[in-house]
Design a protein around this ligand. Structure first.
Ligand code: ZN
Ligand code: ZN
Length: 212
């Protein structure tokens, strides 16, 4: 008895439902004075996290760079990976400061002083926060989806939607690490692992005026 002739098996591969990143909206951004211009690629409510952060360091960073105290209103960021950010002009105007050398790096505009991006101190953990006020069109990223360090009546703080806040961020950073996309960053010199500008640490006198 001969075995039946093998029929071609139907493909079990699921049909692709997610559009590639290239189809996702590109949103222009610029610093307030217009010297720095660039594009946030793949800006959607689900390809990044639209966060409002109430932590004292974010409040202090805005006060330090702009002189404006956001008080209890928080600071809005869109968390994505650095490879989704590109510059058309003014990249040389990026300045970097940090309240502590091992803490979050904060990129600001040397032209007009404005806060622009937050970055972890190593490019290997691909996480970038974009100040949403820079975006030409905020509707692409949807409304704030989660809040971080929300002050509680007892003086503590909590995050809303913690799983998405850290889960999505960690996952995207991990994928960027595995695929090598972490090396596509305009914020670091990959050869040295150092930021593109010297990290300035505010002096004790400057810090004393901030709510840190
Ligand atoms: Zn914060
Ligand atoms: Zn500027």
């Amino acid at each position: 008895m001969t075995s039946p002739k093998k029929l071609p098996r139907p493909s079990l591969r699921p049909t692709r439902t997610r559009r590639p990143d290239t189809d996702m909206p590109d949103v222009p951004f610029s610093c307030p004075c217009g010297e720095i211009k660039g594009t946030l690629h793949g800006a959607t409510p689900t390809s990044g996290n639209h966060v409002r952060c109430y932590c004292s360091a974010c409040r202090a960073a805005v006060l330090y760079t702009t002189g404006v105290d956001v008080e209890d209103r928080g600071v809005e960021l869109y968390q994505t990976t650095p490879d989704k950010i590109s510059f058309e002009q003014g990249q040389e105007n990026l300045a970097v400061f940090s309240f502590s050398p091992k803490k979050l790096l904060r990129y600001r505009a040397s032209c007009c002083g404005a806060p622009l991006f937050t970055m972890l101190p190593t490019p290997k953990f691909a996480l970038a926060g974009v100040m949403t006020d820079l975006l030409a069109d905020k509707t692409a990223i949807g409304p704030v989806a989660m809040e971080a360090f929300v002050p509680q009546p007892d003086g503590s703080s909590k995050h809303t939607s913690v799983v998405r806040l850290y889960g999505g961020t960690m996952w995207r950073a991990l994928v960027a690490r595995i695929t090598g996309r972490w090396k596509q960053t305009p914020f670091f010199d990959i050869a040295t692992g150092k930021p593109v500008a010297e990290i300035y640490v505010p002096t004790p006198e400057e810090r004393a005026r901030l709510p840190l």
